[in-house]
Design a protein around this ligand. Sequence first.
Ligand code: DGP
Length: 116
Amino acid sequence: MTQTNDTIFSRIIRGEIPADILYEDQLAIAFRDINPQAPVHVLVIPKLAIAQLSDGESEHHALLGHLLLTVKRVAQQLGLTNGYRVVINTGEDGGQTVNHLHLHILGGRAMGWPPG
Ligand code: DGP
């Protein structure tokens, strides 16, 4: 299990630091990324501090599905009718910088492929 410590995202969940929160329920929270890489850039995170996707276990089955459905809900809420990209950076090679699982929603422009 990768160490999460107490990340900046835990502090956002606890309301200790401000964030532009777009959606919240018992399991998940969605807020705008502080360093947007597209006109729309939102992070969806579980309230449970799973460090990264590779730490997901079968007990997280429903939670992981819930995160994807939360992505869909927030994308709809933001009017991303022409599509969007969902990214989960995982570990060092994946470019993950915050050790709390998060799904990036990127939208508002056409995305290139392959990613860098
Ligand atoms: P990643 O590189 O996949 O670990 O993405 C982490 C993202 O988190 C990065 O796009 C910037 C964002 N981020 C880091 N600190 C904060 C913060 O304090 N507030 C918000 N809203 N976003 C943050």
